[in-house]
Design a protein around this ligand. Structure first.
Ligand code: G3P
Ligand code: CA
Length: 354
């Protein structure tokens, strides 16, 4: 987070710091209504347990009771929408073995250079990186083993069919949380991912603010275009979420006075990196909470930070454990929901607070 932002938030930081030593009235923090006041968003499915963005991971997250399922969406060369996080295929597939010679000059294999038919031939696995000597190193070593099982790339439509089918068979109403990945990159390649995703959502019946969906993106220009052009053209109006990191050039203005009010003209919520709410410089005895939650709420925006992971080394040292981390954010800082790779843990935590 930029220094000036921390300075601006200092008063809020101090005030919020006082709250930490007191008992927060949980009735105020958790509503008893039909719509959970605190939502659990399964980040890339139950990605702590099964390879991310597979239908199996989506089904597992559904069974774990997540309120929303996240779908990162990218486009193929033949304009199909697939559920996939990276613009490239390198981290989670065997593309370099199946399609040698199809990498770009930068050495990476891009989704947008492949047809859906080609992508369906790939074997999907847990995330890994290649070491300097070409060894595959699993990014989260305690997770599902590399190359075990049989997993494939699937389309946005296939995931929506799964979730809507489960909603029918279970009687639940689990929402979806699609992200437009790198819209500018898609535009540069002649593809309008905003229009394509919103058109697909409309086809599946997501048409208004009461529809159980949040559409998210890191790119404000695209969020604004979706709000002002794409949705009116389609005759729909969905809830939109502006994602943000700590990059001053892209997001600095949103954090300055009036920024949240300006955002609220286009968005219904924000999705900040969690360090923008509780500083990574916090210690067990000094939890530094910014005013971002208060600022967002004052502007009428929901706030769903990312990404909560319980893997070894992923819980910040200021928290005693993963549950304490959730407590600091959901109760003390007062966020409205969390993106997590461990939806079971977050669902259990939220239930324990009711
Ligand atoms: O969309 C919320 C969170 O997923 C943002 O980070 O990189 O995992 O898409 P990323
Ligand atoms: Ca995402």
């Amino acid at each position: 987070m930029a220094n000036h932002i921390l300075k601006r938030n200092l008063r809020g930081v101090l005030l919020m710091g006082l709250v930490l030593g007191t008992v927060v009235p949980l009735e105020a923090a958790y509503s008893q209504g039909a719509t959970p006041a605190k939502v659990v968003v399964a980040h890339r499915g139950a990605s702590a347990y099964l390879p991310e963005h597979t239908l199996q991971a989506a089904a597992m997250a559904y069974a774990m009771g997540a309120d929303f399922q996240e779908q990162d969406v990218v486009m193929t060369s033949d304009d199909q929408l697939i559920v996939w996080h990276d613009l490239t295929l390198d981290r989670n597939s065997d593309v370099r073995h199946k399609f040698p010679g199809r990498a770009r000059d930068d050495g990476h294999f891009y989704v947008i250079d492949f047809t859906l038919e080609e992508l369906r031939t790939l074997r999907v696995t847990e995330g890994y990186r290649l070491s300097d000597n070409g060894e595959e190193q699993q990014i989260y070593p305690e997770r599902f083993p590399l190359w075990q099982g049989s997993f494939q790339i699937h389309t946005l439509a296939e995931q929506l069919e799964l979730i809507q089918g489960l909603n029918r068979s279970t009687g639940r109403d689990v929402g979806i949380y699609p992200e437009l990945k790198s819209p500018a990159f898609h535009h540069e390649h002649g593809k309008d991912i905003g229009l394509a995703v919103l058109t697909e959502l409309k086809r599946f019946g997501y048409t208004n603010k009461d529809s159980n969906v949040y559409v998210q993106t890191f790119e404000f220009d695209e969020l604004k275009r979706v709000k002002e052009q794409v949705q009116p053209a389609l005759g729909i109006e969905l809830k939109l979420v502006q994602l943000m990191g700590d990059d001053e050039d892209d997001y600095g203005w949103m954090l300055r006075p009036g920024g949240m009010q300006e955002l609220a003209k286009f968005a219904d919520g924000i999705g900040p990196e969690k360090g923008m709410i509780i500083s990574a410089d916090s210690t067990a005895n000094n939890i530094i909470i910014s005013t971002l939650v208060a600022d967002a709420h004052e502007a009428g925006l929901q706030i769903h930070p990312y990404t909560f992971r319980a893997d070894t080394g992923q819980v910040p040292a200021y928290a005693r454990d993963f549950d304490h981390l959730l407590e600091l954010f959901l109760v003390n800082a007062g966020v409205d929901g969390v993106f997590t790779d461990f939806p079971d843990r977050a669902v259990n935590f939220v239930k324990s607070q009711r």
